[in-house]
Design a protein around this ligand. Structure first.
Ligand code: HEC
Length: 197
């Protein structure tokens, strides 16, 4: 190969990989990284929220340790955390979109403040983006300590190693409480301002 051919090959490779990288990674990265919170207009009258995304709603915050447990126990191998648009899947129809009045698809800004977006690998179990809007602490401890009692023949493994046996049943350890705090914090149904809808 002479110099000219080598130059052609390298610039061809550069174009083939560089242009998609620029369009699909770099531009969206800067669009998302510099997106600032959007205020609601006065007419919207959204209770309790002043901006979207609200830093205290559905973000990890106090349950950082619970997030570590979620990562350590491999929950993301079976559970996703992204409510797909209806053209891409039945998530909204399955009730994963959030509260009855507020259910919606996930937007990139819903991950603001999270160091890592746990989109997940497979959808063997339900999407957990909004599990905090549809579960109680007791229900979550029950699923984790004894999935079979919630649905017979469950494909979900038992996380009983996060519980201690007591005379009255399975008592959560600190790790189980932290994990459940994290799950209860999962809410990605903050109402969107009209301007971003
Ligand atoms: C091997 C796959 C698998 C793994 C790993 C797994 N789950 Fe599950 N999970 C399921 C399946 C399947 C269900 C559906 C209900 C059933 O069959 O029991 C489920 C149900 C649930 C539910 C009830 C969801 C709802 O909408 O009410 C919660 C909460 C949950 N899992 C949390 C977790 C957490 C937290 C972890 C990690 C500690 C985890 N799961 C690990 C498969 C899994």
């Amino acid at each position: 190969m002479n110099r000219k051919q080598l130059w052609k090959l390298l610039s061809g490779l550069g174009l083939a990989f560089g242009v998609p990288w620029f369009l699909m990674i770099l531009i969206p990265y800067f669009q998302q990284a510099t997106a600032s919170p959007v205020p609601y207009s006065e007419e919207e009258g959204v209770d309790g929220f002043t901006v979207y995304p609200d830093p205290s709603y559905g973000t990890v915050g106090a349950s950082d340790y619970g997030l570590k447990i979620y990562e350590r126990e491999g929950c993301a191998y079976c559970h996703t955390q992204v409510v797909r648009p209806t053209y891409a899947g039945p998530d909204m129809w399955l009730g994963w979109g959030g509260g009855p009045e507020t259910a919606r698809e996930t937007r990139p800004q819903d991950f603001a403040g999270e160091a890592f977006a746990h989109l997940g690998y497979q959808r063997i179990g339900q999407d957990l983006s909004n599990v905090g809007t549809r579960s109680t602490r007791e229900e979550l401890h029950r699923v984790l300590s004894d999935p079979g009692s919630v649905s017979t023949g469950s494909a979900m493994p038992s996380y009983r190693h996060l519980y201690r046996k007591t005379d009255s049943g399975w008592a959560p350890t600190g790790d189980a409480e932290a994990l459940v705090d994290y799950l209860l914090s999962r809410k990605k149904d903050q109402p969107l301002p009209d301007s971003v809808r």
